[in-house]
Design a protein around this ligand. Structure first.
Ligand code: CA
Length: 238
């Protein structure tokens, strides 16, 4: 059991646009009681320094920074910390976003985003950060009527057993261990098929299709196995 934090979690926002910092500062302060303490940094270098001095629980990282780009900031952070990183990207930064996720960022939001969307991503990131690795294997992941019992390798839909092939199960279990978070095509391919298959996106599309036809009430309109266009897939969190 994880004890409820008595102090608000610290968020570090690394963002060069003053209006974006003002928006988040105001929006978080307006919540009662403010669930997070916000630390701000306006450049990549300031952000790296703030990360090492304040030890934030979550980092919100803009990709377009004036000094060190967000992808490089992600790489440098990952040399020493597993702190969840949520990337804030603009629409034209699609490939940077994927690079940041492949470099170890946990999730992303695309500008313009609403506060509820951002806070939902932060909650998922905090939940994963507080979950000890060992507990993951005994996790039962529920998404609607879909239930994935990782300890017993059992998948049920509306109480009925679903039979999956070993590869289908491995793909689903990988998504389930990261429920609510996006996993990139490359991350999924490496995890399920191995590093040599990192670019074989068609494998992934085929197996996601198999899983959807077995798990989704309407495979063409997925409710559990969601596509993040151009990025990857996520299993909807309860
Ligand atoms: Ca920027």
């Amino acid at each position: 059991m994880t004890a409820k934090p008595t102090t608000p979690a610290t968020l570090l926002l690394i963002e060069d646009e003053p209006q974006m910092r003002r928006f988040l500062r105001g929006a978080i302060a307006a919540l009662d009681p403010p669930p997070y303490r916000l630390i701000e940094a306006a450049t990549g270098a300031e952000g790296l320094l703030a990360a090492s001095t304040h030890h934030p629980e979550v980092i919100l990282l803009d990709l377009g920074l004036p000094d060190i780009g967000g992808v490089e900031v992600t790489r440098r952070l990952r040399e020493w910390t597993r702190v969840p990183i949520i990337v804030i990207s603009a629409r034209q930064q699609e490939s940077d976003k994927v690079d940041a996720l492949d470099a170890g960022a946990d999730d992303y939001v695309t500008k313009p985003f609403g506060l509820p969307e951002l806070l939902a991503r932060v909650r998922v990131a905090l939940r994963h950060a507080h979950e000890p690795e060992l507990r993951n294997e005994s996790l039962v992941v529920v998404s609607g009527e879909l239930k994935i019992d990782l300890a017993n390798r059992l998948v049920t839909r509306g109480g009925e057993d679903v039979r999956l092939t070993p590869v289908e199960y491995k793909l689903l279990a990988t998504l389930a261990r990261n429920a609510g978070r996006v996993l990139t095509h490359q991350q999924l391919l490496k995890e399920v098929w191995g590093p040599r298959y990192a670019t074989q996106k068609q494998y992934l599309h085929v197996y996601i299709g198999h899983l959807r036809s077995k798990l989704e009430p309407e495979p063409a309109r997925p409710r559990f196995l969601l596509t993040d266009a151009g990025v990857g897939y996520r299993l909807k969190a309860e």
